[in-house]
Design a protein around this ligand. Structure first.
Ligand code: FE
Length: 338
């Protein structure tokens, strides 16, 4: 846990190599996931197995770094969120396929790369936050509804260019075809109460402030807002609607992991990967961020349990990865961000 809170730019390659060289029983992780999410897990893994975990945290630049380091890279594993980023890592050619009976048994096929280059650890649903008292029938909302003229000037969302929006648009292309997905996205744009701006939580605040009635957001932000005294009133102003429960289910995205192409400690890295889908690790991981464990039968946090079970879209995440470029183009064509 030597590199916590340091940005990639702040550390020299020699420093990383020097600290991580040699002994076989360690794993070096490059992580886009924040320290509070992964540190409790790695500490536990270290305590249970005696295998040391060194982590380099960064907000950006890890793929470039892996490319630059090439064969000399100390990285064994890469941790990140969103299929967009996982796919970027794979496309950059800095991963290697992992074959593991444990991983393929526990992680449902739609949540891992068919070639084994990335694996999900948690899922998160793209929900619709609906103003309490202002949205009739909120329980049966669909993504398609967001384009319905009855929501004119009532929709808030973050930028169309953000990975979360791109993934949802990619799923709409997959389910409806490009032409209808474009019509839908144009409809959503026409219903916007304001230009896309801010993060997911900012949309819920906008609902609380009366600026809009429905907004897209990831489910875990509800938990984060509920546990923050300042933001709790925002969360209390909304219902959490899992979209499309009557048909295909809610769009979900993942957080996940990949093994680096030149991993110096592949067997220890695989051991960590397999440990992370174990029951204990799964409950710790999901609990830290109000995400859903990838492993079935792991108890949900009370807050997630209160929101209830829901149907998830069975669309393979790899299909979303394939359609991301089309989705980016569509968002541009529609001029979604205005
Ligand atoms: Fe997020």
């Amino acid at each position: 846990m030597k590199f916590q809170k340091l940005l990639a730019a702040a550390i020299s390659l020699t420093a990383v190599t020097a600290t991580t060289a040699a002994t076989a029983d360690e794993v070096n992780v490059y992580s886009y996931r924040q320290p509070f999410l992964v540190e409790p897990l790695f500490k536990r893994f270290e305590a249970e197995t005696g295998t040391k975990v060194n982590v380099l945290f960064a907000n950006k630049g890890l793929v470039e770094r892996l490319k630059a380091e090439a064969r000399n890279s100390p990285a064994d594993l890469i941790f990140t969120v969103d299929i967009g980023r996982l796919n970027d890592v794979k496309e950059a050619g800095v991963t290697q396929p992992v074959s593991s009976d444990v991983l393929t048994k526990i992680i449902p096929p739609q949540y891992r790369d068919p070639a084994g280059n990335w694996f999900a650890l948690t899922t998160r649903a793209r929900v619709i936050y609906a103003a309490k008292g202002r949205v009739e029938g909120w329980k049966t909302l669909t993504y398609e509804d967001l384009a319905d003229p009855k929501y004119k000037d009532r929709v808030c969302t973050r930028s169309g260019k953000h990975a979360y929006t791109i993934a949802l648009v990619a799923s709409m292309i997959s389910h409806h075809g490009r032409k209808d997905a474009k019509t839908w996205l144009t409809g959503v744009k026409n219903n916007l109460a304001r230009r896309p701006q801010g993060n997911d939580r900012a949309q819920v605040k906008a609902i609380k402030d009366g600026l809009c009635d429905v907004a897209l957001g990831n489910n875990y932000y509800f938990g984060k807002m509920m546990s923050d005294p300042k933001q709790r009133p925002w969360a209390e102003a909304v219902h959490v609607a899992f979209p499309n429960q009557q048909n295909r289910g809610a769009h979900v995205n993942i957080s996940g992991m990949a093994m680096a192409k030149h991993a110096p400690n592949p067997s220890a890295a695989k051991k960590l990967m397999e440990w992370l889908v174990g029951a204990e690790a799964q409950s710790i991981y999901a609990e830290q961020n109000y995400e859903y464990p990838i492993r079935e039968g792991v108890k949900w946090t009370p807050l997630l349990a209160d929101l209830g079970t829901f149907k998830s879209d069975a669309l393979p995440i790899s299909t979303i990865a394939e359609l991301r470029k089309d989705a980016v183009k569509l968002v541009d064509e529609v001029g979604f961000d205005g």
